[in-house]
Ligand binder design. Structure first.
Ligand code: MGD
Ligand code: MGD
Ligand code: MO
Length: 767
């Protein structure tokens, strides 16, 4: 069956009954008792726990059901009744477990005991926490700190993150990469240069005041579904939504609120996007420049006609730098080039520009479709150009809105997790803790793996994550991982990165933040920052997964104390026993943001971080908001445009996964069932290669570095996707992504534009 018309295999709106069924299915699969499922009602509430799924804002007056299908799945996954105990590791060797699918490893259940790899039996065997800390500490002391790496996946709380960065720096390294290196680092770099803050400037209230929204490369229905509430409300006020996405994602087309009983009975859909532009992958810089060009042309015409200006000239004069040069560039760039690179017509882009010019307050939401490209930072800068033309930053209802991924990925940066020394308050830390922090730059994820491939990394401490699955170039990076001297994994569930282990390897089971965290100082709470830069408290509500499972702060404190010994000026035991002491230290380091932290973290809706750009104070090099002339229209220098048969592969998420965690093998919204080994392809591209639905193909990366990168057995699905662009799933397609194919200025891997060709074909269809 073809998937070319409007959501053919998923012909109804996102949300609705499909969503409810899917929630019930996972609660049953994970054996979460129905009475326990009421914990969902405490999700994202001021007195409850913050969802472990996405980072979307948590309103001050939440809906009764302030959770979504994705959040319910993530909760069920953590609160599962299934357990991995020492019996499990007695039953299976690591070699056997390496043959398991990612889904099956995590599906085995929650980790319950600290484990150490035993080479003589090829098994993980239980050890005491004291033994684990002592040996990890001893090993770390024996290593040059520059060759140890401390990775954070974006779930860890502000308290844990602050402890980890301080520990790493006292130990002697800024090697503090985090998941944002593969995600919104293009935002952190691009927005910072343009407007002086590396995060979005919008708040939830802005949704009530906006009169136009753009979406670029963000799949709301799957990845931040609670945001659909705000979109639905804005649509009711008649706010237009203009979307740019190569795929017609159901969640961006229409929505039935599964939590609104009246709508479930008479399933009225809310139309989400009022214009939908199927831009070519990597074509956004050109598309946005086209909109800018049309707006500037309209302004030129208004000047000639003596009509009111289209540009916000006062804002441009007072607040920005570089306008004249940018305007010249936009006027001089030809429509033919813009149309060719974006894959969109001048008419379509002018239609978007017409809406833009009418609106007083415009928000731009965006995600991985912009950031994970060779030109990822440039995409973000071009977006800022568009906003600046009409003063759409620092006024109600307007601003850039990078929709963040993991639930505290933004917050980790706020409290010092960064490999860039200039972004960490090193002088302050030095004075506060009387030590000399390292000043040299640490490694980001790409640099870590480049060094690892060369054999220059000795140990990796993973606070969450599954790097052998999530990073590029599996053919090189996975073997490099297995050559590490030490791998330490602090995790809730078993994954492949634990099995492709170093010589000394530990799995340390930690609490999920849905669980009650009891320490000597009583029950503890933690905090995190959402996508709109608001900081919230979070308190666990269910019993821990087992008596030997420990909190992340407990584990970091244990490793830090054992490693640093008498060198440490921190009383790690005291911090472990009472996290308000950690919060006091955070408040001392960052008084402007975190004053009175303990009390303010319970503010309904969270407390906002100071955000100079919201007040039109620009902490950029020039002290102004900066326009940027891009180097090129967005052409990817790694993409051999002239090679016949070259295709751009984007790697996608389904509604049944959270990054490398695979809940099941369906992609409900895109109409794919039971397999993730698919290739979404335009019919014209299929015809050109004489491919039929269901044929199995091999993809090969186009590169001239002599390394063969292939993924075999991808089943072809005809799909409504621009010609020359194809789609596959993350992480299955990661072997195709070269480590050197990343955004130039941010080093975010170009996961949405991998140059590939189809090689072998296994014909499954009767021709
Ligand atoms: N349920 C669930 N929720 C999640 C996650 C999850 O895996 N599952 N992951 C979390 C994390 S860490 C993150 S970072 C976010 C990710 O959330 P998103 O930012 O939405 O990322 P993706 O799902 O990778 O892809 C985004 C969209 O970009 C489009 N796209 C691809 N290439 C281009 C392009 O060149 N231009 C444009 N305009 N669009 C393009 C794709 O069609 C897709 O709709 O979600 C978070 N939330
Ligand atoms: N090709 C391609 N590659 C990509 C992407 C893409 O779109 N395409 N997206 C990139 C993005 S945006 C991201 S963010 C990265 C994510 O990459 P990672 O951070 O490496 O991966 P995750 O899948 O988020 O991590 C999953 C593991 O975290 C552990 N975990 C879960 N909850 C907790 C917890 O509360 N505490 C601790 N300590 N551990 C926990 C579990 O053991 C689980 O197996 O992948 C990137 N890689
Ligand atoms: Mo992410």
């Amino acid at each position: 069956m073809s998937k070319e018309t409007k959501n053919p295999a998923y012909p109804w709106a996102s949300g609705g009954w499909g969503s409810l069924k899917s929630v019930v299915r996972i609660l049953t699969q994970e054996k979460v008792a129905l009475k326990d499922s009421t914990i969902l009602l405490r999700q994202n509430k001021p007195d409850g726990y913050m969802c472990v799924s996405c980072s979307w804002a948590k309103p001050a007056s939440p809906h009764t059901f302030e959770f979504c299908e994705s959040g319910a799945k993530a909760t069920a996954w953590d609160t599962t009744a299934k357990r991995v105990t020492s019996d499990f590791f007695r039953a299976y060797t690591v070699r056997e477990l390496l043959t398991w699918h990612d889904h099956d490893l995590e599906e085995a259940g929650r980790l319950t005991e600290p484990l150490r790899y035993d080479a003589s039996t090829d098994r993980y065997v239980p050890v005491s926490w004291e033994h684990a800390f002592e040996e990890i500490g001893r090993e770390l002391r024996a290593i040059d700190p520059g060759r140890a790496v401390f990775y954070t996946s974006g779930r860890a709380s502000l308290e844990t993150s602050y402890m980890l960065q301080l520990f790493a720096r006292m130990y002697g390294t800024n090697n503090l990469p985090d998941s944002s290196n593969m995600c919104h680092e293009s935002t952190s770099v691009g927005l910072k240069e343009a407007i002086g803050v590396g995060v979005g400037t919008i708040s939830l209230e802005d949704f009530e005041k906006t009169d136009l929204m753009f979406f670029f490369g963000q799949n709301t229905g799957t990845n931040s579904p609670r945001m659909l509430h705000q979109l639905e409300e804005a649509r009711k006020r008649g706010v237009p939504i203009i979307t740019f996405n190569p795929l017609k994602e159901p969640g961006l087309i229409s929505f039935v609120n599964p939590q609104s009983p009246s709508k479930m009975l008479t399933p009225a859909e809310t139309q989400i996007s009022t214009q939908y532009h199927q831009v070519k992958t990597g074509g956004d810089t050109a598309a946005i420049l086209g909109i800018c060009k049309a707006v500037i042309d309209a302004d030129d015409q208004a000047v000639r006609d003596g009509r009111p200006r289209v540009l916000d000239v006062n804002f441009i004069d007072e607040h920005t730098k570089g306008f004249d040069e940018f305007a010249r560039y936009a006027r001089e760039t030809g429509w033919v080039d813009i149309e060719q690179v974006s894959g969109l017509s001048r008419d379509a882009l002018e239609a978007a520009a017409t809406e833009y010019a009418k609106a007083n307050a415009v928000m731009v939401h965006y995600g991985m479709g912009l950031t994970q490209h060779r030109m990822g930072v440039q995409n973000v800068r071009m977006l800022c150009n568009l906003l600046l033309l009409r003063g759409n930053i620092g006024k109600p209802g307007a601003g850039p809105s990078p929709v963040r991924g993991h639930s505290n990925v933004q917050g980790q940066r706020t409290v010092g997790i960064t490999e860039k020394p200039e972004l960490a308050p090193l002088d302050k830390l030095a004075a506060q803790f009387s030590f000399e922090p390292p000043r040299e730059k640490g490694m980001n994820i790409v640099e870590v793996f480049e060094a690892m491939v060369k054999g220059d990394v000795r140990a990796v401490i993973n606070l969450g994550g599954n790097l052998v699955r999530s990073v590029p170039d599996r053919g090189q990076t996975e073997p490099a991982w297995s050559r590490l001297h030490m791998t330490v994994n602090i995790a809730t569930k078993l994954n492949r990165s634990h099995l492709v282990h170093g010589e000394v390897s530990y799995i340390l089971p930690c609490l999920s933040r849905i669980e009650i965290d009891r320490q000597a100082g009583g029950e503890q709470a933690v905090s995190m920052e959402d996508s709109t830069a608001c900081i919230h408290g979070s308190k666990g509500v269910i019993e821990p997964a087992g008596p030997h499972v420990r909190s992340e702060p407990f584990i970091i404190a244990g490793i830090a104390k054992a490693t640093l010994q008498e060198r440490s000026t921190v009383d790690w035991d005291a911090w472990r026993d009472d996290y308000s002491r950690v919060r006091a230290a955070i408040a001392e380091t960052y008084p402007e943001t975190f004053y009175d932290f303990d009390a303010r973290m319970w503010t309904p809706g969270g407390f906002p971080r100071p955000m100079p750009a919201r007040e039109r104070k620009w902490q950029t090099k020039s002290g102004k908001a900066e326009f940027m002339v891009t180097e090129a229209l967005g052409e990817d220098p790694d993409m051999p445009e002239r090679e016949p048969g070259a295709l751009r592969l984007m790697t996608l998420r389904t509604d049944s996964q959270f990054n490398t965690t695979i809940y099941n093998h369906d992609d409900r919204f895109r109409g794919i069932k039971g397999t993730r080994m698919v290739l979404l392809m335009n019919r014209a591209d299929m015809a050109q290669r004489e491919l039929h639905e269901g044929d199995r193909v091999t993809l090969e990366t186009i590169a001239d570095d002599g390394i063969e990168r292939k993924v075999r057995g991808l089943s072809v699905v005809p799909y409504d996707i621009p010609a020359g662009c194809i789609g596959g799933y993350y992480p299955e397609c990661n072997p195709l992504l070269p480590l050197w194919h990343y955004a130039k200025e941010s080093k975010v891997p170009g996961a949405k534009s991998i140059p590939v060709r189809v090689t072998a074909v296994e014909r499954m269809s009767a021709v």
